[in-house]
Design a protein around this ligand. Structure first.
Ligand code: MIC
Ligand code: SF4
Length: 631
């Protein structure tokens, strides 16, 4: 029987379990990546594991998120990351070198290898035939320490691409189309594999765009075959040695199959406040635009910016629009400078930003009150831009550039396809380890708070009840006010849920901890483990939801919070804010919970493995490892 791309890679990396869909497996991780906003925690966890140096082929620590330094905190984080990388043998991509996923795709991706990253958009490297998975920092720390990564053997979805994209339609529209079909819940515990004739017309960065936003489907990963196009990319990156060919077998078996005709795709937008709220641009034409932002790990390649320059050439940005552009990497930045593209962008009146995540994570560039902001990014969650009244639409760089000129949403400016057959500039800012620095710890870098072992008799109150598709941005917001505290859990816990319920922390303190009640797909979005760690710090014992997003569920377990689902979804209606819930755990995977406030009972279930249970009983993975003793 033939194998899919995913199965081929998993087979080569399988440490335990067998490749039956839905079964628990563990795989060997070849490479890891972290970024600064999740990295400080990941490296504090790595330090707590007590190893001498990392055991992966290599690991890279990026600084790209918290580069707006409006106090000492972020700069202290950078210094900590640089020193800890040196101590453990990790490559350090300093601030200015670019956004982790763009740089990793350019410089470190390898077809057929596994990559675990403490960022949900890690699957971007699937554009070069890697099995790249996002996770919490703890899982990345464990992978660096040589532990296998455990996951459910994913279902595998085949998306066959036919024909070619038309002029004015781009890779971004392809993934928006997939989001329209599968929705933000459609990819949970699945890998999306792309194949077919249409794949050949997409460059590696375009494939990267499609895999990147697979995160918005909730998918474990997304992957393209490694073919002649991939080879060409590796040749230009002077990394031909890292290339190998990789295709799925013709008789491979998939769990779901879709065919998308690229020729039929039209320019699309994801409307507020969800990446799967898709409408064609033709329905949005004429809406007045206040801000346009081009960049992020989704759309910041040389090709994207060359395209934008070809549209902006000879035009000025509309007086009512603020256009910001961030190149994805130092490589892209220096190439657009060399080729005159940067000058065209500057001449148009665009504001050129640092090569980092910037506005995508709310680090600056919050739009004006009630703004319509067009972004080439991947997330338009409520409040993520930093302006609660703003409406963010996600579009391709083509639509973004055209609308910046006109001041309203449009798709009808003539432009020529850019010539992207140019040489790459390979001078990156990676610092190689010397194993000689002492770890530098500024005053804002606090130890990871400890959790108590679980008391199996739980009688506590509901601290918050939320609806469907709650993101980790709702739970633990980002932005310039909050991100400086990513290495200080006590301080960051002030902000848990604060944009949707400013009394949450107060209630947790009053009730001495308790429960979160969630709807479907609870914890979608970012991999930030702070969305589990800070609630743990506030005494949350269990989240009872209709269903969970993959990464967040694992993060809850890692920090000793039980992820329960309602056996009957309608029992969600039996619980309200402030209710007192009581249960005793005899069988972890099924409990009867008594709601003492209305005297009604309901069942909650979980699919925890024996190891997950032991981790939760210990009060989290760090206690579990401490108790067990590292081999
Ligand atoms: C994001 O896009 O939300 C982030 C910021 O990159 C996160 C990681 C984080 O919260 O630090 C992600 O996607 O995992
Ligand atoms: Fe950075 Fe935005 Fe990409 Fe997250 S989605 S890694 S914040 S650019």
């Amino acid at each position: 029987m033939g194998l899919t791309l995913t199965e081929k890679i998993i087979k080569d990396h399988l440490v335990s379990g067998n490749m039956t869909r839905g079964e628990r497996i563990a795989i060997h991780i070849d490479q890891t990546l972290t970024q600064d906003a999740t990295g400080t925690m990941a490296y504090l966890e790595l330090e707590a594991l007590g190893i001498d140096k990392i055991k992966t082929d290599f690991s890279v620590s990026y600084v790209d998120h918290n580069t707006l330094q409006s106090g000492f905190e972020n700069a202290d984080d950078h210094a900590y990351l640089r020193s800890v990388a040196d101590k453990y043998g990790i490559l350090f991509s300093r601030a200015g070198n670019g956004i982790c996923h763009q740089v990793n795709l350019e410089r470190f991706s390898r077809p057929g290898k596994t990559l675990l990253g403490s960022d949900s958009h890690t699957p971007t490297c699937g554009g070069a035939g890697m099995l790249a998975i996002g996770s919490g920092g703890m899982d990345v720390a464990l992978a660096m320490a040589g532990e296998a990564f455990s996951l459910l053997m994913p279902k595998i979805v085949k998306i066959e691409l036919k024909n070619k994209l038309r002029h004015s339609v781009s890779a971004k529209d392809v993934i928006l189309k997939v989001l329209e079909i599968l929705t933000v819940k459609g990819g949970v515990n699945k890998v999306i594999e792309y194949c077919g004739e249409g794949v050949k017309s997409l460059t590696v960065p375009e494939r990267g765009t499609i895999c990147n936003m697979g995160a918005e489907l909730g998918a474990t990963s997304s992957i393209f075959p490694s073919d002649e196009i991939t080879k060409e990319f590796f040749l230009k990156q002077d990394r031909l040695n890292d290339y190998n060919e990789l295709y799925a077998d013709n008789d491979a078996i998939y769990d779901e199959e879709y065919v998308i005709d690229l020729d039929k795709i039209v320019p699309l937008a994801a409307c507020p406040h969800s990446p799967d709220n898709i409408k064609p641009i033709s329905e949005l034409k004429g809406m007045k635009v206040n801000q346009v932002l081009i960049g992020s790990c989704t759309n910041s390649s040389y090709y994207d910016l060359a395209l934008v320059a070809n549209i902006l050439k000879g035009h000025k940005v509309h007086p009512d629009v603020s256009l910001g552009i961030s190149p994805g990497s130092k490589q892209v930045y220096s190439m657009i400078a060399r080729d005159g593209i940067l000058k065209t962008l500057i001449d148009s009146g665009a504001r050129i930003l640092e090569s980092s995540c910037g506005p995508c994570i709310g680090m600056g560039q919050s739009p004006q009150t009630n703004a319509l902001s067009l972004r080439t990014f991947n997330r338009n969650f409520y409040g993520r831009s930093g302006t609660m009244s703003a409406n963010v639409y996600l579009v391709s760089p083509i639509i973004a550039a055209m609308s910046a000129i006109k001041g309203y949403i449009t798709d009808d400016i003539e432009f020529e396809e850019p010539n992207c057959n140019v040489s790459f500039i390979l001078d990156d800012s990676i610092i190689y380890p010397t194993y000689s620095l002492d770890v530098v710890r500024g005053p804002n870098i606090k130890p990871i708070p400890n959790n108590e072992p679980l008391n199996k008799k739980i009688d506590k109150r509901v601290c918050i009840k939320v609806g469907d598709n709650i993101t980790t941005d709702h739970i633990m917001p980002a932005g310039a006010k909050v991100l400086p505290y990513r290495s200080n859990i006590e301080r960051i816990s002030d902000f848990v849920f604060y944009q949707i319920d400013s009394k949450f922390k107060e209630r947790c303190l009053e009730y001495k901890g308790g429960f979160i009640i969630g709807g479907a797909n609870y914890g979608q979005g970012s991999s930030r483990e702070h969305a589990a760690l800070a609630p743990m710090y506030l005494g949350i014992k269990a989240v009872i939801a209709k269903s969970f997003a993959r990464i967040h569920k694992k993060n809850l377990i890692n920090f000793g919070i039980i992820p329960y689902t309602f056996l009957n979804e309608r029992d969600y209606d039996l619980v309200n804010l402030g209710d007192e819930l009581s249960f005793e755990i005899t069988n972890f995977n099924e409990v009867t919970i008594l709601n003492k406030t209305n005297n009604k009972s309901f069942k909650a279930v979980s699919d925890l493995s024996n190891e997950d249970i032991a981790v939760i009983e210990a009060g989290g993975i760090l206690n579990y490892i401490k108790n067990k003793g590292r081999d």
